[in-house]
Design a protein around this ligand. Structure first.
Ligand code: ZN
Length: 162
């Protein structure tokens, strides 16, 4: 670990570091994630076909959330409508993830649990959660609610349709 690296950060960034999964966290460049292979370069995480050979290695913030089971986005879908349209909705969810993750490696689905009339989806990023919520609302109407339980660090979305 490069001890000098924190010395350059200004006060604003230091305050933001209280969130261990802060998406704006800086790493030496290039840094490669040891789990998913995403590369931190140019101040952001990207996918690269050819990984840099000499690189710092860490677990990226998304993989860390997955490992520690600490989702940033929590989506709960409920209602009888899921019985007839559950699979279709899950396809939509997966497509939204694919599009978001292609551009933003830290935005991923962690897991999906289905239990009768309830589907719960956890994401590593709040943007993906909002994107999925918006897509479901746009396509299927229903009762939709979005809240930030702890500032903008995480988002909770509930959707219901009978
Ligand atoms: Zn990773």
């Amino acid at each position: 670990m490069d001890k000098g690296k924190f010395g350059r950060l200004d006060r604003l960034v230091k305050e933001k570091r209280r969130d261990p999964y802060q998406i704006k966290e800086k790493f030496p460049e290039p840094t490669v994630c040891t789990s998913c292979g995403a590369v931190f370069t140019g101040g952001r995480w990207v996918w690269m076909e050819e990984k840099p050979q000499k690189a710092n290695r860490v677990l990226c913030p998304a993989c860390r959330r997955i490992k520690e089971k600490m989702p940033a986005g929590n989506i709960v879908l409920s209602g009888r409508f899921l019985k007839s349209h559950g699979q279709e909705i899950l396809n939509l969810v997966r497509n939204e993830e694919k599009a978001e993750k292609a551009l933003h490696p830290l935005e991923r689905i962690m897991d999906i649990h289905q239990d009768g009339d309830i589907i719960e989806i956890h994401t590593t990023g709040i943007h993906l959660a909002k994107r999925i919520g918006e897509a479901i609302r746009r396509s299927y109407q229903g009762d939709y609610q979005l809240e930030y339980p702890d500032g903008e660090k995480s988002v909770r979305i509930t959707w219901h349709r009978d």
